[in-house]
Design a protein around this ligand. Structure first.
Ligand SMILES: Nc1ncnc2c1ncn2[C@@H]1O[C@H](COP(=O)(O)OP(=O)(O)OP(=O)(O)O)[C@@H](O)[C@H]1O
Ligand SMILES: [Mg+2]
Length: 592
């Protein structure tokens, strides 16, 4: 997907989370402070040892041994307490940030135009919604805090080391330089694989989604094993990337373990030599190595904390690719109101092309001019692929026109609030999409506050009385995407949904295609009552649907080439006769 954007630093990238984290910051800071106190306490313990070795032990004064013991006990308990406090502080804010980010992404996905969803695979959205945000949460809760605290611990520890013996401290510092170099190289190597692995996980999710979605087709064509092969290849690719990731981590681990060991050995050599020369007390030597031991864990942890950070960084990038995707279909800055709602829908020289259409082709809609008067029913016919569905999608701004304009009661649809526009114009699509919810919720999607009478009226018009025979009537839960219903049943519910919204303009994209002829006739008779008072734009694939209309518009080569009564056009227009006869043929086949 769109990965070609400029690369920014990890810090700048992660800072974009701040708005979601703002309210949680105090607790995160407190958690960090607790972790820091724990780290400093751990570093103080060697100083007690030093005092013990150079004091009571050196002097052989066993009566003075109790206080270092009590101090170590106290400090150790304090360290444990602080680690507990850190966890307690950090858990809640991190989950809060996670849910805020997830809600924001969901809202954004709802807001982004259909053209965005055309381009983006569902699995990519799904993986960003679930696993990427989860990675960010784990990082906030654990990675970020430990990365900051452990880095600070290393710095404070180095100061302690230098204060114990600046020569030894310097030896230690110089010997650890390779670590910083390896860590830097690691970022370059790891960040790219981390990103690739998350993208591939998204592709894999798409493959699963698609094959589950199309399970009927795959089964019917016996192509299950074919789908499996494609899936296995993708899964294998992801595995390869995960292995590359693991190799990178193994590499950095190797250095993170080896370098401190070598440093330790060199420092030991230098320390013993300094002690022999009388420049270092035994207590200092003990304190130095006890401190160096305390620093081991922070140093070793840097490897996986860095990998966690880069994972979270590419997860954040992927998250913001959606959050920052340009939304081209937004509410106007100064929305207009329709003062006298009548329902006059007019296309003024409308041009439209899909964003991914080849540059040299003509516009799909190449100057459509059409006026639908209040209360009128206009049918649109045209050969398949002529752009009828695209034309209907423009009315509610599922896409925006690329030229010309569409007005509702004289106001450009782009000057209305989208919610206002979509309340005034209701659509029913050819492929009726239902949600896993009750029949009632599905039908009243556009107007949830409708009364039961309005609901049954809509169901009646759409001839969807079958719902009363369902186990729980209109409260029956429909399975995912309504797949538990037949195609015709789904279509009738989608039609009822559009009718129940009581819009001024009803846009029906071939709403009756899956109905048998008798049911269609009943729906048409009922629709005629609704359509008498409502403006309607109806895409027709059957002559009987055309009969519903007051006038018919013929869409040909991106233009409306004829408008008139069915009988007039039939008598005068050859292309119209051709289109209608092809529709007729399909009907004949259906009836046969
Ligand atoms: N989301 C999309 N992105 C890109 N191109 C599209 C998209 N939807 C449709 N098209 C293209 O636009 C053209 C017109 O499609 P449209 O669905 O509007 O035709 P139609 O007249 O409704 O056809 P049918 O009678 O088969 O329903 C087709 O060539 C199709 O390939
Ligand atoms: Mg269509």
């Amino acid at each position: 997907m769109p990965a070609g954007e400029k690369r920014q630093g990890t810090l700048a990238s992660m800072l974009r989370i701040y708005p979601y984290a703002k309210t949680a910051m105090p607790r995160l800071y407190l958690g960090m402070a607790a972790a820091l106190v724990a780290a400093v306490v751990a570093l103080v313990i060697p100083q007690v040892l030093r005092a013990l070795v150079d004091g009571p032990l050196q002097d052989g004064d066993s009566s003075q041994i109790w206080w270092p013991v009590v101090a170590v006990l106290g400090l150790g308990s304090l360290e444990a307490l602080m680690i507990w406090v850190r966890r307690a502080f950090v858990l809640q804010p991190a989950t809060g940030i996670e849910s805020r980010m997830r809600n924001a992404l969901y809202t954004r996905l709802q807001d982004l135009p259909v053209s965005f969803h055309d381009r983006w695979a569902s699995g990519q959205l799904l993986s960003r919604m679930l696993s990427d945000i989860n990675l960010v949460r784990r990082w906030l809760q654990f990675g970020l805090i430990l990365l900051v605290v452990n880095s600070l611990t290393i710095v404070v520890g180095l100061v302690f080391l230098l204060s114990i013996s600046w020569v030894l401290g310097l030896v230690f510092l110089v010997c650890s330089i390779p670590l910083w170099i390896f860590s830097y190289l690691f970022e370059n190597q790891y960040a790219a694989v981390a990103r690739r692995s998350q993208d591939q996980a998204g592709d894999l999710a798409t493959a699963v989604e698609e094959s589950v979605h199309g399970i009927r087709v795959l089964k019917a064509f016996g192509r299950g094993s074919y789908a499996l092969k494609g899936f296995a290849t993708q899964a294998e690719q992801l595995r390869g990337t995960e292995l590359a990731k693991a190799r990178a981590i193994a590499n950095i681990w190797f250095w993170l373990l080896l370098v401190p060991d070598v440093t330790f050995a060199i420092s030991l050599l230098a320390g013993v030599w300094l002690a022999a020369a009388g420049q270092l007390s035994v207590g200092q030597l003990v304190a130095f190595f006890a401190t160096a031991t305390v620093l081991r864990w922070p140093v070793e942890s840097i490897g996986f904390l860095l990998s966690m950070t880069f994972d979270a960084r590419s997860a954040t990038d992927r998250y913001f690719e959606i959050m920052e995707a340009p939304n081209t279909i937004v509410d106007p800055e100064h929305p207009k109101q329709i003062t006298q709602p009548e329902g006059r829908l007019v296309f003024h020289d409308v041009h439209f092309r899909y964003a991914d259409a080849a540059g040299d082709t003509a516009d799909l809609l190449d100057g459509v001019t059409l006026a639908i008067e209040p209360g009128e029913t206009m049918a649109v016919v045209g050969v398949t692929g002529s752009g009828k569905s695209s034309l209907t999608a423009l009315t509610t701004r599922l896409y925006d026109v690329t030229g010309g304009s569409i007005t509702l009661d004289g106001v450009d649809v782009r000057d209305l609030l989208r919610s206002d526009l979509r309340q005034r114009i209701a659509m029913a699509f050819e492929d009726a999409t239902l949600f896993s919810a009750s029949v009632r919720d599905n039908v009243l999607l556009g107007k949830p506050d409708s009364t039961d009478e309005e609901l049954s009226e809509a169901l009646d018009i759409a001839q969807a009385d079958f719902v009363f025979q369902l186990p729980n009537g209109i409260d029956t839960l429909i399975g995912e995407e309504g797949l538990s219903l037949s195609g015709g049943q789904r279509q009738r519910l989608a039609l009822a949904r559009a009718v129940a919204a009581r819009p001024q303009v009803l846009v029906l994209d071939d709403p009756l295609s899956a109905l048998d002829v008798d049911t269609e006739a009943l729906v048409e008779a009922a629709l005629r009552r609704v359509l008498a008072s409502t403006t309607a734009l109806v895409v027709a694939h059957r002559p009987s649907t055309v009969m519903l209309a007051d006038r018919v518009a013929l869409l040909e080569h991106g233009k409306i080439t004829a408008v008139g009564r069915h009988s007039e056009l039939l008598a005068t227009n050859e292309h119209y006769r051709f289109v209608i006869s092809s529709l007729d043929d399909e009907d004949e086949e259906l009836r046969a």
